[in-house]
Design a protein around this ligand. Sequence first.
Ligand code: TXA
Ligand code: MG
Length: 316
Amino acid sequence: MVEPADPDTLERAAALIRAGRLVAFPTETVYGLGADATSDVAVARIYEAKGRPRFNPLIAHVADVSAARRLAVFDARAEAVAARFWPGPLTLVLPRRADCPVSLLACAGLDTVAIRVPAHPIARALLRAAAVPVAAPSANPSGAVSPTTAAHVVQGLDGRVDMVIDGGACAVGLESTILDLSGADPVLLRPGGVTAEDLCAVIGPVAMPGADAHARPKSPGLLLRHYAPGIPVRLGATAVGPEEALLAFGADVPGGAVETLNLSPSGDLTEAAANLFRYLRALDRPGRSGIAVMPVPERGLGAAINDRLRRAATPP
Ligand code: TXA
Ligand code: MG
């Protein structure tokens, strides 16, 4: 499973990515668990392999800034920091382009997308060969520390990943800095190798919500906005009310909805995760009384699906 980073390995790795499989690869920060970011099912496999209890959005990795511009809207600030710090340990959160090909599951349903152009030569070669944006969280099981060697990856994810490309130890060893440029003011969501001072020198003041040591959030996820539908969401539905749309699961679907989308008629949780955000958005249309959601079992990926459904059902 662990392969040396030669040209043959990179070709096979790129083919695995394009086929929707999982490949762990080195970046200069930490090892990433990569999959085709444009495929909902491939992205669902990442969450499954990590055993994440919730769908935190993932970083889309691309080979260069022109590939990045195909995913997101770049303003002058984004162009400036990209020109200065890419390739490198900086992730930018930017508005998704209307034609952004990145899976809504990878973006956890948000209107923004996190993008990084890594500097590691093996990561760059893989991204060029794969020719698709690669979604990649750190290649560790949820709750474990980020891996900085191929051996760490194997310790945590043995049997859950199709290939691990061995690139030796990561030079930075700390996750990338995350800068949110999707709003009026730049916000540092996660500190990293590129410092606030570095960023400030290029784009001026950067807000640091976690800068106060006592207020520092334990996880960048805590600073995250969540996708919430504009109409009420009702969980655990076994019947449909007047003017309700239905987000179904499984074979036994009640009738009477203005529109029904089934997360997985066969009850497959990976398929359900892959469809979740796309279907929620599709059903979220004005003029409907709400979205009724059938029960989803709590096992496996069901825990993350239910976590996100509960957030969607809670008014802000
Ligand atoms: O160095 C790194 O960034 C490594 C390597 C593999 O690139 N990746 C990494 O990914 O650390 P991950 O999934 O462990 O952390 C990504 C963080 C998430 O915790 C999430 O909060 C944030 O990026 N993120 C992703 N998309 C976002 C978005 N649209 N808005 C706000 N935050 C986002
Ligand atoms: Mg991580």
